[in-house]
Ligand binder design. Sequence first.
Ligand SMILES: [Zn+2]
Length: 346
Amino acid sequence: MNAAVKNCLKCKMQTMLRKTLVLAGLLITVAGFAGGTETGKKEGPQKPPLKTIIIDPGHGGHDGGAKGDISREALLALEIGLQVRELMKKELPEMTVLMTREEDKLPGNQTNKNAALRWRADYANQSGGDLFISIHLNASLSNQRYGKRQVGTKEETYYVYSGKGKKRKKIAKTRTVPVYEKYKLPATVSGTQTYILARDWYNLKLKSVGNKTEIYELGESDTLDAEMLQMDPVEARIRAAQYTKYFFQKSMTLASLVEEEFAATGRRSWGVMQRDWDGIWVLQATQMPSILIETGFVDNPEEEAYLASLDGQKEVARAIVNAVKKYKAMLEAAAGGNAAPAPASN
Ligand SMILES: [Zn+2]
């Protein structure tokens, strides 16, 4: 065994020890933050648990989303999103509120719907968002808005041929056929739904969270952040799993609060939902708690009128902001009340 190998072994031991310490520290801090204990707390000012919020009005531009009689989902989602931002700026001035789009077009100058979805999540991740709220409107008859019904019968002439060659004759005959009328299907479904990540898509979220490079958002110090970047894959996976679980629980908490607020305004609340059959990109690719709110059924004329009205939009925004305020208070309570506003970073 030569000196170089010996040195290497010593170095390996040191690395192992350092990694063990980092891992132990990580588990204590994540557990401490999630459980609200004092363990792992550092001296000095901490980043508040909720600082940057991303509001994401769904669709935009040529991707109009669900259709109503007089409006498109993309525009109403934008109008509601802008109301949410206005109210948050007024009532939560210490927070940074960012919009994925402020105009009726796809965000980030994207022209493709799927590229725009990726852009939304990337923007939220790069902005260091602590919470992602996507705003949409529903449609119960999204694929088939018209039905066909028989309204009577009529006589129809048709022709048959008999004979061959010069004897061939065309004979007119009549038959009775039904007459149909196209009519608009009545969209009677109404109410709100808030989606969180579905179980089947949990691993994709884990993968997204695993790519998260900024990790001090759970109240950690910058020193630990620098060490985290040197973690080996096993440690990184444990970290990602802890964060993903934490984000999932927080998403569920906020989603419940949103639906409770809607119910309190007299809306029909369908509660917290998960969509198993198809992923929801902005829920699975965001490295933060994330929810998608279906604020009502735009193809139901009554709800469309409500959601297109300023009063309706303000009421929806009020419900969302109330829920965020309650969520924020819960986070701050869990962080042991140690959530004095940090100096603004931008
Ligand atoms: Zn939508």
